[in-house]
Design a protein around this ligand. Structure first.
Ligand code: HEM
Length: 407
């Protein structure tokens, strides 16, 4: 709920969009036929147990396709290439390969590159303001990852537009109509990334280590597989980051004085970003897992073959894990969270995400001060991702004067 739209003090009284209803640490959902894990300790137990594996969603898609005589082969293939959906022993070499890719990304994704992408977007937006999500937040992460991976602007735009489809395809129980639509999207996406890889292979834009030779002890992959992995990779660097940056901008302007307090103070910004990740985790829940043997979680026992959903958003409000969990405290001392998952599938991009999130936040704040105005912020209604769809910012009367500078 907002106060009157055009007043300087227009601020949401509820943040984030949903109240987290306290539930049992582990509960059975008869309608969805899944176990919901809502507390931090139990969630970590699920993520660390060797007898809990990702649910075979791709197998289910293939089975549905076979029974219905439809072709969902590309969407199944893409889902199978999503690392958090992979099981041992196949997962480890792919993770090792992705880790090496990250080393290359680390050197390419310099502060200057991120900052100039952010500054360009903020400059265009800053003159009059408006919806900062459409104007800045949705643009910068896609531009940055597109640039470092050597993707064309058209591919980057398509990835940005189709990002929810891949997230959706990874959820356990969709119907035939959903998969038919997702198949078309998957074919278009894969094809574009594949063509880009062909185009940049052997040029300066090619990523070092992207195509390891089969006998160097690494995973032997061909360009076709690389395209599959890169779709996930590029998407994980856009959707989650836009969510983090949008929520950070909201939080910075929803509490009086916060934006000014953060400006030019990297130490505070880091703590603030950690609190945003805890309070409004970009992924509200992790990919579904299945138990291979009975699993005792507190006073509940999940039978073998049970599906478990780790609810990150709820676990981050666990009073046993966090002091005063429902309060958003910008300077809360950093504590471990589930924002980047845990166990063998822990996010490989956490360092990059924190870095990029902070640089974009700083670039927007430098161009301020801003005031939050109506129409009211809109939070996307999505079961997996927690993000703003609209956040209106206008330059406050007295600007900081002058454009932000490039690094
Ligand atoms: C705020 C930003 C980000 C958040 C909140 C985030 C969150 C996550 C989470 C929760 C997982 C585990 C999923 C599960 O277990 O079900 C994950 C996995 C992963 N993330 Fe991220 N991520 C972010 C940014 C990035 C970026 C920028 C990259 C790459 C440049 C990236 C690459 C990956 C990869 C490769 C995995 C799979 C790891 C594996 O399964 O071995 N992420 N991420």
């Amino acid at each position: 709920m907002l106060s009157s739209p055009d007043r300087d003090d227009a601020r949401p009284s509820i943040w984030p969009p949903r109240d987290i209803v306290p539930v049992a640490p582990v509960s059975w959902s008869p309608s969805a036929q899944v176990w919901i894990v809502s507390r931090y300790a139990e969630a970590m137990q699920v993520l660390r147990s060797p007898d809990v594996v990702p649910l075979d969603v791709a197998g289910r898609i293939e089975e549905l396709a076979r029974r219905s005589g439809r072709d969902f082969s590309t969407v199944a293939r893409l889902v199978r290439s999503v690392p958090p959906m992979m099981r041992a022993p196949h997962h480890q070499p792919v993770r090792d390969w992705l880790r090496r890719l990250h080393v290359a990304l680390d050197t390419r994704m310099t502060e200057g590159l991120v900052r100039s992408a952010a500054v360009e977007a903020v400059e265009a937006f800053g003159r009059v303001g408006g919806d900062v999500i459409a104007g800045v937040v949705d643009r910068v992460p896609a531009r940055v990852i597109g640039q470092v991976l050597g993707l064309s602007p058209a591919t980057t735009e398509l990835l940005q537009r189709r990002r929810f489809d891949v997230l959706k395809a990874c959820t356990p129980s969709l119907g035939l109509a959903d998969y038919a639509e997702l198949e078309d999207a998957a074919v278009a996406l894969r094809q574009r990334v594949f063509e880009d890889l062909l185009r940049v292979r052997g040029t300066a834009a090619a990523i070092p280590g992207l195509f390891p030779v089969p006998d160097d002890g690494a995973l032997s992959i061909d360009i076709d597989q690389a395209a599959d992995y890169l779709v996930f990779f590029a998407l994980s660097a856009t959707e989650t980051l836009t969510s983090l940056i949008g929520s950070a901008l909201f939080a910075a302007h929803a509490v009086a004085g916060t934006a000014d307090d953060l400006l030019g103070r990297p130490g505070r910004q880091k703590r603030f970003i950690e609190e945003v990740l805890r309070y409004a985790p970009p992924l509200r829940r992790l990919t579904a897992r299945r138990t291979l043997s009975p699993l005792v979680l507190g006073s509940s026992t999940l039978p073998s073959g049970a599906i478990a959903l780790v609810e990150v958003e709820a676990a981050h409000r666990d009073p046993e894990a966090y002091d005063d969990p429902d309060a958003f405290r910008p300077d809360r001392p950093a504590q471990p969270t589930l924002a980047f998952g845990g166990g063998v599938h822990t996010c490989l991009g956490a360092k990059l995400a924190r870095f990029e999130g902070r640089i974009v936040l700083e670039a927007v704040l430098e161009r301020g001060p801003w005031r939050m105005v109506g129409p009211a912020p809109v939070w996307l209604d999505h079961p997996v991702t927690l993000r703003l769809d609209r956040l209106m910012l206008r330059p406050a009367r007295a600007g900081r004067g002058g454009p932000v500078t490039q690094a």
